[in-house]
Design a binder for this molecule. Structure first.
Ligand code: UD1
Ligand code: CA
Length: 462
């Protein structure tokens, strides 16, 4: 039997009060609709149709290929949204899974279980339900005395008796394709919101003695829909914990899950320890036995094994094995650090390559530079890479020794094993093995302080 999926994502998400369509709001680094699509894909569907409408261009741009799109010009309700997939499913013969784009916690196993229950029951429609401690906001599942499904009532249309029902519609359904679109076409919009409700199909089928069923899940957190930013934060928290649990189970120590934020897409090797107040985002990949944090942010970066990053920010950079970053370092995009590199306190590095064992221990700016293996960059060294119009490259050879407080005015090259004198402003290349000094000569004036009658007490403290 074939299986298709329709994901409803055309709504504006009015309750989000946002310029961004609701389904593009991010949960642990990915748009909520992307989480839903990946669960759908893993549930074994053969074809997915994404219904877009409000800011459709933004949604299709984000989601890209791999799905078919249907367009809902006006957001007239969930039944109307599903109706837009009719063309795409014209000749489809099988079952259709329908999922809302705003329930990113849904798991593939749950979707597959629903399809299973649907098929075993020989149903025309099966709805996934959950029993919530607080059902406010959701559609309620109304059953008859025998427990059979009668209908789904939206919160805004419910009687006080119906509001007391704690079994809710998760917004996930499985339908037999045959007859589905004709039934949708027959539904009206005579309700509190004046919308075509997909939920009405249950009553429509039940009244016509078509078999309808419900599958109930235990873990209701999985089907939490996001309608506003409070729910966004609640879902984010659950998903974050899921990600951390998976990492911990694979051998990563997370010292304080409450203050650790790691995206879904991040990979981390065993025996790495994550200290509190750390954020790891995007396509970051971290090796084994690293120590990350406290108070660090890594974004789209790759770290080798045994790397330590403390109180630092690393963005779009690659850091090799045994490197030591921070405290208080900033690696900006385009840095490549080979092995055993030290980037210490108050150092900023941008778009530069630092060779094996090279050291930038304190208070430096290294931008657009190529630094050879074993070079030592003294405290306060600055690459003057920008002339106000263009960026220029600084080259520092292997085992070069850059004296403290050197300004390297790029383009400039300091050769292998060359040395610069502390406080020099280097504007011309320093050949390999040479010393480059460029600073005013010191002059000592004998007896000057005596003549001024300076005493220690003259060093006033203001
Ligand atoms: C819906 C269900 C409710 C259920 C809840 C579960 C209906 C009428 N109600 O309510 O029973 O408990 O989900 O979370 O179905 N959408 C469109 N086009 C539209 C309207 C909505 O594509 O015209 C999409 C939205 O983008 C969203 C999804 O459908 O992803 C659900 O819409 P939403 O307005 O959030 O429905 P709820 O009020 O939450
Ligand atoms: Ca919703």
């Amino acid at each position: 039997m074939r299986l298709a999926a329709v994901v409803l994502a055309a709504g504006k998400g009015t309750r989000m009060k946002s310029g961004l369509p609701k389904v593009l709001h991010r949960v642990c680094g990915r748009a909520m609709v992307e989480h839903v699509l990946s669960a759908v894909k893993k549930a074994g569907v053969h074809k997915t149709i994404l219904v877009v409408g409000h800011e459709a261009g933004l949604v299709t741009e984000r989601v890209g290929g791999g799905v078919e799109y249907a367009y809902q010009r006006e957001q007239l309700g969930t039944a109307h949204a599903l109706m837009q997939a009719r063309c795409a499913l014209e000749r489809f013969d099988g079952d259709i899974l329908v999922v809302c784009g705003d329930t990113p916690l849904i798991r593939p196993e749950t979707l597959a279980g629903l399809v299973d229950a649907h098929r075993r029951g020989g149903n025309a429609a099966t709805v996934l339900t959950a029993v919530l401690p607080d059902p406010a906001g959701y559609g309620r599942i109304i059953r008859n005395a025998g427990g059979g499904l009668v209908k789904i009532v939206e919160q805004k249309d419910a009687t006080p008796g119906e509001l007391a029902v704690r079994e809710i519609n998760t917004g996930v359904y499985c339908f037999r394709a045959e007859g589905l679109f004709d039934a949708l076409a027959a539904l009206g919009r005579d309700n509190a919101q004046g919308e075509y409700y997909l939920t009405d199909i249950i009553e429509y089928y039940a009244q016509r003695n078509k078999p309808v069923g419900a599958a109930t899940i235990d873990d209701f957190s999985e089907v939490m829909g996001i309608n506003d930013r409070c729910q966004l934060a609640a879902v984010e928290k659950i998903m974050r914990r899921r990600i951390l649990d998976k990492l911990m189970q694979s051998g990563v120590t997370v010292m304080d899950p409450e203050s650790t934020f790691i995206d879904d897409s991040v990979q981390i090797g065993p025996d790495t320890v994550i200290y509190p107040f750390t954020i790891i985002e995007g396509k970051s990949k971290i090796g084994e036995k690293c120590i990350i944090g406290p108070s660090s942010r890594l974004a789209d970066s790759t770290l080798g094994n045994r790397v330590s990053v403390s109180n630092s920010v690393v963005v779009e950079s690659a850091v090799g094995d045994d490197c030591n970053i921070g405290p208080f370092a900033y690696l900006r995009p385009g840095c490549v650090l080979d092995r055993r590199v030290k980037v210490g306190d108050f150092v900023e590095v941008k778009n530069s390559r630092l060779g094996d064992g090279c050291k930038v221990p304190h208070l430096s700016y290294i931008g657009d530079a190529e630094v050879g293996a074993g070079a030592n960059i003294g405290a306060g060294t600055i690459t003057c890479n920008y002339d106000g119009e263009k960026k220029h490259v600084t080259r520092i050879g292997e085992y070069a020794f850059i004296g403290s407080n050197t300004n390297l005015v790029a383009p400039v090259e300091v050769g292998a094993r060359a040395v610069t004198g502390a406080g020099s402003t280097i504007t011309r290349d320093v050949p390999p093995g040479s010393l480059g000094v460029a600073r005013g000569k010191q002059k000592n004036i004998a007896g000057w302080a005596e003549r001024k009658k300076r005493r220690p007490a003259d060093n006033k403290v203001e």
